[in-house]
Design a protein around this ligand. Structure first.
Ligand code: NI
Length: 173
């Protein structure tokens, strides 16, 4: 955080199947796994292109595990107005964690690295991760989405953090 690349708007990918894109996707995947993290956007490794990678581990989602997925030029839109609060961290804001409101259900579309278009719907943790990563492509960090910075804390404190002490509502915000 503080590095200008994280605040700029990334440009769409127009050249599919070229060597540079393959290398970028491989770098992102390696960086995410090494962290380890559940998502990464290209600007986080100084590539100003609209590419995200994410995964949903079996213990984080609402159902099935979602293997590592790369989405290029992703677009998302909320399917309804429901927001929920959930913990987020970010490899670009080490050691911090925040309770962030996100849309519960989204529709998405994008392009696979091989150029194939893809579209679908996501909910829960997958929807959260996708919103977080797509925000990175527009220069937005999760702290910008928080309604209340009292819900930001250090990793080491998050297990004991009682957000009920700071929120009037339960899960909905
Ligand atoms: Ni992030």
């Amino acid at each position: 955080m503080g590095q200008p690349v994280l605040r700029r708007t990334a440009r769409p990918v127009s050249d599919f199947g070229d060597q540079e894109l393959r290398r970028l996707v491989a770098d992102m995947s390696e960086t995410m796994r090494a962290a380890p993290g559940v998502g990464l956007a290209a600007p986080q490794i100084f590539a100003e292109q609209r590419v995200i990678v994410f995964r949903v581990p079996s213990d984080r989602g609402d159902g099935d595990e979602i293997p590592e997925t790369v989405l290029i030029n992703p677009e998302i839109e909320p399917l309804d107005d429901h927001l929920s609060l959930g913990w987020e961290g970010c490899l670009s804001l080490p050691r911090l964690r925040g309770l962030v409101p996100r849309f519960r259900r989204i529709a998405f579309r994008g392009i696979r690295p091989d150029g194939t278009p893809v579209e679908g719907e996501a909910s829960g943790f997958q929807a959260r991760v996708m919103q977080h990563e797509v925000d990175h492509l527009d220069g937005i960090l999760y702290i910008d989405r928080m309604h209340d910075t009292r819900l930001l804390c250090f990793d080491s404190e998050s297990a004991d953090f009682r957000y009920q002490d700071y929120c009037d509502s339960d899960d909905d915000v």
